[in-house]
Design a binder for this molecule. Structure first.
Ligand code: PBG
Length: 348
């Protein structure tokens, strides 16, 4: 695993070259366009626009549709996207082989976005679950996860995205040791100072991922769960340890997921960054308002429980209050419009 002698944590300022990344390392108390990341599901039918029943108003797109979909959003100020591959025709196996082949629709998507939207910050979710035949986020041996093989494979996937042009790689698998493995791989391929590493550090075994698994077709086959690698819902202490560990292994940014039910963990992420390196160090903390939270807000508003804009803005306000710098949300297109209307409290 050790690939050269530079400590992974040396790659500090250089990983923050992109202007959007620099804005993430500043303290944010205003709702800004820079702080929003829009998740995109990329399928391998290049011309597809597919509805996702459990995620109203969110679609899977083929690579040929991306320019048309994103042009108006970029015009409205979209600064960043995170890409999820949804391979449908690619063969799935234990190793997620297709994740590093041209069968992975994320690769042409990265290249296209780099070409067409030169200022857009491109993040890629790094995981195996959409590419394995069993649907787990790592490699199995005799029915158990094989840690070293899994993190080596995840590092290869992250490296492949980095070489294709991703600015940020974001591993969501939760295998132990993957941050160090990925950081070393990025350094080895010459991307240590070009590609930032955002760790899904505090990712809980949540019931709120259901619609995403529909969208990415990434559920565990046969109905198992991911409790042996995602965090126990009640464990604040384990989440703190995961945050600290990932910072120590060379993560440039950390993430908490889901968002609304885990505001205490967002705050811990902010504080952990400061404690880990004494004075005022700054680990941008991202929060993922996940598919189930999106759907709850959507259905609540649809059924007259609250106004959608007021409810969503309240959820964002809480994220900022807890200490988040970056918010991943399927509501991004709507929020860009709401920011333009300026019809919200500007100081959150
Ligand atoms: C892949 C991954 C998941 C999400 C992001 N990356 C699903 C999971 O871990 O089961 C969930 C995102 C959402 O619910 O919006 N490992």
């Amino acid at each position: 695993m050790k690939t050269n002698s530079i400590p992974t944590t040396s790659y500090l300022h250089s990983s923050f070259g992109h202007p959007v990344l620099r804005s993430w390392s500043e303290l944010n108390t205003n709702l800004t366009k820079e702080s929003l990341i829009y998740p995109l599901f990329i399928t391998d039918d290049a011309n597809a626009v597919e509805e996702i029943k459990s995620l109203p108003d969110v679609y899977r797109y083929g690579v040929n549709k991306l320019e048309e979909v994103l042009t108006p959003l970029v015009r409205k100020g979209l600064k960043s996207v995170i890409l999820f591959g949804v391979p449908k025709t690619a063969k799935k196996d234990n190793f997620g082989t297709s994740a590093t082949s041209e069968a992975n629709p994320v690769l042409p998507a990265i290249r296209l976005l780099r070409k067409k939207f030169s200022e857009l910050l491109i993040c890629c979710d790094v995981c195996l679950c959409a590419y394995t035949d069993h649907g787990h986020c790592g490699i199995l041996k005799d029915g158990e996860l094989e840690n070293i093989a899994s993190i080596q494979r995840l590092a290869e996937v992250a490296g492949t995205y980095a070489l294709a042009g991703a600015h940020v790689v974001a591993p969501s698998d939760m295998m132990d040791g993957r941050i160090l493995a990925i950081k070393n791989e990025l350094i080895r391929i010459g991307k240590g100072s070009k590609t930032a590493l955002m760790s899904y550090s505090a990712k809980f075994a949540s019931s709120f991922y259901g619609p995403f698994r529909d969208a990415a077709e990434s559920g565990v086959k046969g109905g198992g769960d991911r409790k042996c690698y995602q965090l126990p819902v009640g464990s604040r202490g384990l989440a703190r340890r995961a945050l600290q560990r990932d910072m120590a292994e060379g993560a440039d940014m950390v993430m908490v997921k889901p968002g609304g039910p885990y505001l205490d963990i967002i705050r811990d992420g902010k504080v952990t960054g400061k404690l880990t390196r004494e004075l005022c160090t700054n680990y941008p903390v991202a929060v993922y308002q996940v598919s189930g939270e999106y759907a709850m807000l959507w259905h609540g508003a649809k059924n007259g429980v609250f106004d959608l804009k007021v409810g969503v803005l309240e959820s964002l306000t809480s994220f900022y209050r807890a200490g988040a710098n970056v918010i991943i949300t399927y509501y991004t297109p709507k929020i860009l419009e709401w920011i333009d209307e300026r019809n919200y409290p500007s100081k959150l």
